[in-house]
Design a binder for this molecule. Structure first.
Ligand code: ZN
Length: 502
């Protein structure tokens, strides 16, 4: 078969698989927002059936034949052409899917589902003993999976690669160590700083319906397209790209919290703006997809923190917030801005602030790396967790539920996922610093309610490129430099030094 025909076959085959994928996404969204309580069993069966069809298509031996036919052709001459990028990424996912024996794939799927259920039941009861065997089994299976995926070397890298293609423990470990030392230092300086925020103003009564109205006004202004998306309440916020013209977000509301729903919505809108900016003409192929979880998180964290918690942003939006919540008229903008940027070590990662958040992630990275290297037993995990929390944040969890059992990730076998959160924060700082160089001070634009130039810059440099670059190469292409923790460290030092007075 000619390479042209083989490429056309691959394009069509993978596009059809993407349609099945997007049906899964839609069913998932419904499952987490509007499904009636008795619909869950049928939904699980629908999703399992679809997942089976997708797996069959992804491992179709014809994929291997067609890939072989195009890989030695002129399509690959320019490795950054759309065709070469698609072939590169199809090969990657085909290899990952076919290297794992079917018996292992089935065992992993079952262990993940059972692990999550066990976690859901055991966590509210603080029952580590009940959860431990499920986690131990998952860790053993993940080691086996990593072994099947890699030909020697670091097992952990094979798992990390699923979320952050091309990334390795050896590359990120020194970056994370440097970051950890700096964050502990910043935290000490904050504790010794001359000023303290008054956060009580963020816990007054903020009627949920007004929070919804305000959040929509903000998102609309940032550039989120409500004609191509929607926002719904949920228990664990997420965003999901169904396809062109349909990228949805969710958030959760608490009347006694100004921050939770709004910053959650801005975070998810950051993910959604990325999805809404992917090149539509490439939908269904890697060139129309996001690069990695880390790059995705760089977008959400950038909008949430570097944009959404900046002074310029609130110079524009605070008068609007005051209109909805008139008691804010008593609070000066500066005090409000300090309050939404409060830093305080806490036990729970998902509630952590900009400075301490990465310390939570770095601890998880070290622990899961040790598990994969057989340097740590699952039985010793709670103690290792306690030691790490004490060393990094000066806190000791009072129980398992607020300690080692707080996150869902490990219970479903998602080992190698956590680093993408911190990589996202590091990338975000580097992208933002570059935008600053090219656009002038973005905060001056934000203060006038102008977000379009900043979004256009992201669209041009990142969103519109689909998966052309691997994460590290994208950072290099956009900023001219590799992964560099100093940019985030400097940003945090400057911002929190000004706020806390150190
Ligand atoms: Zn996110």
């Amino acid at each position: 078969m000619s390479s042209r025909k083989a490429y056309a076959w691959l394009l069509n085959h993978n596009k059809e698989t993407s349609y099945l994928d997007s049906v899964q996404s839609l069913l998932n969204w419904d499952q987490r927002t509007h499904i009636p309580p008795r619909g869950h069993a049928h939904r699980a069966a629908q999703l399992a059936t679809l997942a089976r069809f997708v797996h069959i298509r992804m491992t179709d031996p014809k994929m291997g034949e067609m890939l072989a036919a195009v890989e030695s052709s002129e399509w690959m001459k320019d490795p950054l052409s759309a065709e070469a990028v698609n072939i590169r990424e199809w090969r990657r996912s085909y290899d990952r899917a076919t290297k794992i024996p079917e018996r292992l794939a089935v065992e992993l799927a079952r262990a993940s589902a059972e692990g999550e259920t066990a976690w859901e039941e055991a966590r509210p009861r603080n029952d580590w003993a009940a959860f431990k065997p499920f986690l131990a089994r998952l860790v053993a299976l993940k080691r086996e999976e990593a072994g099947a995926l890699t030909s020697g070397g670091e097992l952990y890298d094979a798992l990390l690669d699923a979320y952050e293609p091309g990334e390795t423990a050896q590359n990120i470990a020194p970056v994370f160590t440097r970051l950890r030392e700096a964050l502990v230092e910043i935290l000490h300086r904050i504790e010794g700083g001359s000023r303290r925020p008054d956060t009580s103003i963020l816990q007054l009564a903020f009627p949920v319906s007004l929070q919804q109205t305000f959040a929509c006004e903000v998102l609309e202004r940032l550039g989120y397209d409500f004609q191509a998306g929607r926002i719904d309440p949920t228990a664990h916020p997420f965003s999901v790209g169904i396809g062109p013209g349909d990228v949805r977000i969710t958030t959760r509301y608490d009347e006694r919290s100004f921050s939770m729903a709004l910053f959650g919505a801005i975070h998810e809108a950051g993910h959604a703006l990325y999805e809404q900016g992917l090149p539509e003409e490439h939908w269904g192929a890697p060139m129309g997809q996001a690069v990695s979880l880390g790059i995705h998180e760089s977008q959400s964290r950038m909008w949430e923190n570097l944009v959404g918690r900046s002074f310029g942003f609130w110079k524009y939006f605070y008068p609007q917030a005051q209109k909805h919540f008139p008691f804010l008229n008593e609070i000066p903008l500066e005090a409000f801005h300090f309050a939404i940027n409060t830093v305080s070590p806490s036990l729970i990662r998902t509630e952590a602030d900009e400075v301490t958040y990465n310390l939570h992630v770095l601890l998880r990275f070290e622990l899961e790396l040790a598990l994969m290297r057989n340097e740590l037993e699952v039985a010793d995990l709670p103690e290792a967790w306690k030691d790490g929390m004490q060393a990094y944040l000066g806190l000791t969890p009072p129980d398992y539920a607020q300690g080692v059992m707080q996150d869902v990730h490990w219970s479903g076998g998602a080992i190698g996922y956590f680093p993408t959160y911190t990589l996202g924060n590091l990338y975000a700082a580097q992208f933002y610093a570059q935008a600053e160089k090219e656009l002038g001070d973005p905060e001056a634009l934000f203060a006038r309610g102008e977000f379009a130039p900043f979004l256009a810059w992201l669209r041009n440099k990142i969103h519109g490129e689909g998966s052309r670059y691997r994460p590290r190469d994208l950072v290099k292409a956009v900023t001219g430099e590799g992964l560099k923790p100093e940019v985030l460290i400097e940003y945090l030092m400057k911002k929190f030094g000004a706020l806390y007075g150190f």
